[in-house]
Design a protein around this ligand. Structure first.
Ligand code: AMP
Length: 221
């Protein structure tokens, strides 16, 4: 099973992916997390990626595709996977199609989380993430605050704000999203794999509903 999560930054892709990952017992692969891992390990690839990420720009397709291609060869994704944050350009979507076709696989569903425009920046700039890499729970200081400010409800670790979630960088990322990533949804519309849904402010109720709808759709397919 191959599931693609599309949507603006902080639209809830990771949260929905996590529910689907548990349900279908397949890994959720976040391209952003892959880059952040390379950065934290201090590798040359990480440094190259970081120079784009810190400006709120996309990492160039050649580097991104190289990392995703090698990740998709690993054993744990052979029975299925959820891609969160990839593809982010039409070119990446085309490369992914080629990759999957070669392996006799195809996309089962593209889940596009549409967020009302006026909410996107608010969501990005109020997002807080658990520092514990085994937890990575996501909060929003307005929509879904942790019970104790700055502390994760699930594991008690401190929360942090991603540097690229700060206002100026968030604005850049949003612009990039509209220019480069929104057309990916149109690309998938043509293939008929697109499942679009609007996630509004009540994100925590909605993400469960979206995940349930996707699960029902895939089980009845
Ligand atoms: P994310 O964690 O998905 O918000 O990604 C954080 C940053 O990583 C993005 O703003 C980009 O700079 C970079 N990134 C993640 N996925 C991709 C991708 N598919 N193509 C290019 N850059 C990416």
């Amino acid at each position: 099973m191959v599931i693609i999560m599309l949507g603006a930054p902080a639209s809830g892709k990771g949260s929905v992916a996590e529910i689907l990952s548990k349900e279908f017992n397949i890994p959720a692969i976040s391209s952003g997390d892959i880059f952040r891992k390379y950065i934290s390990e201090g590798t040359e690839i990480g440094q190259r990626a970081n120079s784009y990420m810190t400006k709120g720009q996309l990492v160039p397709d050649d580097l991104t595709v190289e990392l995703i291609t090698s990740r998709l060869k690993e054993d744990d994704v052979q029975n299925g996977l959820i891609l969160d944050g990839f593809p982010r350009t039409v070119n990446q979507a085309k490369v992914l199609d080629e990759m999957l076709t070669k392996e006799g696989k195809k996309i089962d569903i593209v889940v596009n989380l549409e967020t009302p425009e006026e909410e996107i920046l608010e969501r990005i700039t109020n997002r807080m993430i658990c520092t514990n890499s085994d937890c990575k729970a996501v909060y929003n200081t307005v929509l879904h605050p942790s019970k104790v400010e700055g502390i994760c409800d699930k594991c008690g670790s401190p929360l942090y704000q991603r540097d690229d979630d700060k206002l100026e960088k968030a604005k850049n990322r949003l612009e990039v999203y509209h220019r480069e990533t929104a057309p990916v949804a149109d690309y998938y519309k043509e293939t008929g794999a697109l499942y679009s849904t609007v996630l509004s402010k009540s994100v925590n109720r909605m993400k469960d509903e979206v995940a349930r709808d996707v699960i029902n759709y895939l089980k009845n397919k």
